[in-house]
Ligand binder design. Structure first.
Ligand code: F6R
Length: 248
């Protein structure tokens, strides 16, 4: 697969600068498309960006009245009430402070008995809405995007995933109280839907990401490193902080 020349890498001084730059992408989009469909990963990396969005909203620099959010992924068996779930991150740092009405949030029920039904509902929603305007992704230490683990088929829509060992190990950081959390499966948007987004933004911060960022940057485009597929996307910005760039 060919690397698209629109692909852009920015190394920002620190986490704050990276978060600011990524938040600006969303604010800019909302200025020209107020009803945009936005997808932001859960997890630690986007917290600063979400804080920036809330700050911009409080200063009346942007309105979130009309935009819609869709969920990228979730641990199977968890929902919004579970501390550390993907939804919990989005709700705590974004939806709640921005007072986003429920009807403007399209999420998975990862506790549903019919998980495949949840996947098909999300597929239908995205089909009807003609896809995502902007997606902000984190990168797993194994290169995963959402819960699309190494080796994943890039042609898939939403699906249920057996989580990679690295994802399970690293994922324990979200559940500090040691509560026994079933970290074995995930529900996720597929790579097809991610790569069909109008604009993709990949963010990475800290030493722990330096090695996968290096692999992403110098390595070939391959399903072994799902993030590398972004290099074929026509409108992708990669924003990393200095610490995450130490292998470049
Ligand atoms: C979470 C998600 C994951 C994370 C990735 C990085 O919703 O989609 O792909 O973005 O595992 O996680 P952090 O940001 O916690 O390092």
């Amino acid at each position: 697969m060919e690397i698209n020349r629109q692909f852009k890498l920015e190394v920002l001084n620190d986490y704050e600068a990276m978060s600011n730059a990524a938040a600006d992408q969303i604010i800019e989009l909302l200025h020209h498309k107020p009803n945009a469909i936005i997808c932001i990963a859960g997890g630690d990396t986007p917290v600063g960006l979400m804080n920036n969005l809330v700050e911009a909203y409080r200063q009346n620099k942007v309105s979130f009245n009309k935009c819609r959010f869709i969920q990228l992924d979730e641990w199977v068996g968890l929902d919004s009430n579970d501390k550390g779930s993907c939804y919990d991150y989005l709700n705590t740092y974004l939806f709640d402070p921005l007072r986003i009405p429920e009807e403007n949030i399209y999420s998975f029920d990862a506790k549903a008995s019919n998980l495949l039904g949840e996947c098909r509902k999300m597929d239908e929603y995205l089909n009807e809405e003609k896809g995502i305007d902007l997606i902000v992704l984190g990168i797993g230490q194994n290169g995963h995007l959402g819960f699309n683990e190494p080796g994943e088929d890039p042609a898939k829509n939403c699906h249920i995933v057996e989580l990679d060992e690295i994802t399970k190990q690293v994922g324990e950081k979200y559940f500090e109280d040691g509560a026994s959390v079933p970290l074995s499966k995930g529900i996720t948007l597929g790579l097809k839907q991610i790569l069909e987004a109008e604009k993709t933004v990949l963010i990475a911060s800290g030493e722990a990401k330096a090695s996968i960022v290096k692999e992403f940057w110098y390595g070939e485009v391959s399903r072994r490193n799902p993030a590398s597929l972004l290099k074929t996307h026509g409108n992708c910005s990669v924003m990393i902080d200095y610490a995450a760039s130490s292998g470049l």
